[in-house]
Design a protein around this ligand. Structure first.
Ligand code: ATP
Ligand code: MG
Length: 566
């Protein structure tokens, strides 16, 4: 089902500046068969909702234009990357509902990149620099002043070839030297001031092992990888706009024939979401310092976190569709993601009655030992979900805050002498309460109207009652655990102020664990594929992290309550 929804979402998506660009390229002799895109994550962390935007853009354009889309791991930095991240990235893309054409790795191109580097050296377009990184940075100048040329800039081609060979062999230590492109130390674009192409890294790579002692930089690897894969359009985030000149410069320096597709880099705005951080480095910090339970903690903005939280993949795609593709950065309100989640969840979630903060209710005039099985609709939005059986008896649980001793004209729930309807069941009236030694209500005593059963067709069943509350029959109640999540950060833009550690804005109350929760027995059939609405309480998802006990994560409330903070 998801497949067809995704297809129609993107086939009907409004045009944006990226699709306009593609159309204009098609009008200018680019063949439709030559269109090809890619999503290029670095496997140094789990994907987050920002990546979902990039995935939606690339795979969405793939669907819109009938073009293939590669998944390319940009695995050029062995110190930060790991196979664990590769697996999670693949799983997340599939879970979102996208299919990639080929699974590619920049590391598969290391040989080719090395050979092309030799071409650049031979053409006097690259040289080995023996200076330290610090020295090179100091010489780079500033946007308003020219840089200074390295004293090693004019080495002979032969010397450069021999030194580069030694770098590759491992004759040097990390930091001894680098290979730099020879471009222009006075360029207005700092990225054109003889950028580094290779550095020596002594680390084992998760795919190439210890074969390589030198690793290509992002700039040297990315465009050439796009070229190798015949990518027609290479879409990335705005911070790479200033790299575009270099991207094009490298592509111009490597050998190609007339039929080659020269990829085009274009940039769109990153997604920033309120009350969270999005950089993988910062998310990794939260994980390493145990400030969250892992990359897939349901408070994390990672795809795996959102999955555990219970946000359906199609809601994430709808969210990305709604925020659109822009050229200017802004902060999107987290509430929009919740809105998209509710929109889907209302249609697909199974309704159940669950009492999160129970108080006992006894129906005095209901026969002792009697149990009725009532029928309840699983999903009023979709008849195909059918009905379930809900047991009813003299002893029930209701929510503590669904009862108030004091009468208040605006309070339509239960109070002494007032009537409410028990959902799918009878009309009851509260008569008295029993309290414990702290003055806390222990039990509520009621009477019921035996003719008022919902759906019985009797005139009493149609009696209009202002309030309806949910309940659970005590003897058949299933004790479950519930985790109620709030925002992970108290501040709208936790990493907005660089002078303050973003971690100081963590919300200490972002997780509330409820263990005295009672659900109707149908909950026992819950599977990992189900989405639930705990009626009147919110949307919840089974979290299978604890085998002995059913644990449910609250995805979101039924309505947006963030504005009035309750
Ligand atoms: P981070 O800064 O979170 O570590 P990154 O840009 O280093 O992210 P990559 O794995 O290099 O992460 O990103 C893969 C692709 O996803 C890139 O094309 C990148 O531009 C895009 N991307 C990353 N973050 C966002 C975001 N917040 N919004 C949109 N696209 C993003
Ligand atoms: Mg990156």
């Amino acid at each position: 089902m998801n497949d067809s929804i995704i297809k129609s979402t993107f086939l009907n998506q409004k045009d944006n500046f990226l699709s306009d660009l593609i159309r204009s390229d098609l009008d200018n002799n680019l063949k439709k068969e030559s269109l090809k895109f890619r999503f290029p994550p670095e496997p140094n962390g789990f994907l987050h909702i920002g990546h979902a935007k990039s995935i939606s853009i690339n795979f969405g354009l793939g669907i819109k234009f009938g073009a293939s889309v590669n998944l390319r791991f940009d695995d050029t930095n062995p110190q930060k990357e790991d196979i664990e991240f590769i697996e999670s990235i693949k799983q997340d893309i599939k879970w979102l509902g996208f299919n990639y054409t080929s699974e590619c790795y920049a590391s598969d191109y290391f040989n080719q990149l090395y050979e092309w580097a030799i071409v650049l050296i031979k053409n006097n377009d690259a040289y080995v620099d023996d200076q330290s990184q610090e020295k090179i940075s100091l010489q780079r100048g500033s946007p308003t002043s020219s840089g200074k040329e390295s004293p090693f800039r004019n080495r002979s081609v032969d010397e450069n070839l021999s030194l580069f060979e030694k770098m590759k062999r491992g004759d040097f230590k990390s930091g001894d030297c680098v290979l730099r492109a020879k471009i222009n130390m006075s360029s207005h674009n700092m990225h054109m001031r003889d950028p580094v192409m290779y550095r020596i890294i002594n680390a084992s790579h998760h795919r190439t092992g210890n074969k390589w002692k030198i690793y290509p930089t992002y700039d040297w690897a990315h465009g050439q990888s796009d070229f190798i894969e015949s990518i027609s359009h290479s879409f990335c985030t705005l911070e790479f706009e200033v790299h575009r000149e270099l991207y094009d410069w490298f592509l111009n320096k490597i050998p190609n024939d007339d039929n080659s597709i020269i990829p085009k880099q274009r940039e769109f705005a990153r997604l920033n979401l309120s009350y969270t951080v999005m950089s993988k480095r910062k998310l990794a910090e939260l994980v390493e310092l145990n400030l969250v339970s892992g990359w897939d903690d349901p408070r994390m903005p990672t795809i795996s976190g959102l999955r555990r939280r219970g946000i359906p993949p199609i809601s994430i795609i709808n969210f990305c569709d709604k925020i659109g593709v822009a050229k200017r950065e802004n902060i999107i309100d987290y509430a929009l993601l919740d809105y998209c989640a509710r929109e889907t969840l209302n249609k697909i979630s199974k309704r159940v009655m669950v009492v999160l903060d129970p108080v006992e209710l006894i129906i005095d005039n209901y026969p002792d030992g009697n149990e009725e099985i009532l029928e309840a609709e699983n999903n009023p939005e979709d008849d195909s979900y059918g009905f379930r059986n809900v047991p009813f008896s003299k002893y029930l649980y209701i929510e503590r805050d669904d009862f108030k001793e004091e009468e208040n004209r605006k309070y339509f729930r239960l109070s002494i002498g007032k009537e409410v309807r028990l959902k799918n069941a009878y009309i009851i009236k509260a008569n008295s309460v029993e309290k414990d030694s702290f003055g806390q209500i222990k039990r509520i005593y009621c009477t019921y109207d035996p003719l008022s059963r919902s759906g019985s067709g009797s005139p009493e069943s149609k009696r209009k009652i202002k309030g309806t509350i949910h309940w659970v029959s005590k003897s058949k109640a299933v004790n479950i655990n519930v985790r109620v999540y709030d925002r992970l950060f108290k501040k709208e833009s936790p990493d907005g102020d660089q002078s303050v550690d973003f971690k100081s804005h963590i919300n200490p109350q972002s997780l509330l664990i409820l263990d005295n929760v009672y659900a109707e027995p149908s909950i026992k059939k819950a599977s990992n594929d189900d989405y639930f609405q705990f009626q009147r309480k919110g949307y919840f998802k089974l979290d299978n992290c604890d085998n002995n006990n059913m644990v449910f994560n609250r995805t979101t409330t039924l309505r947006d309550t963030s504005k009035n903070n309750n």
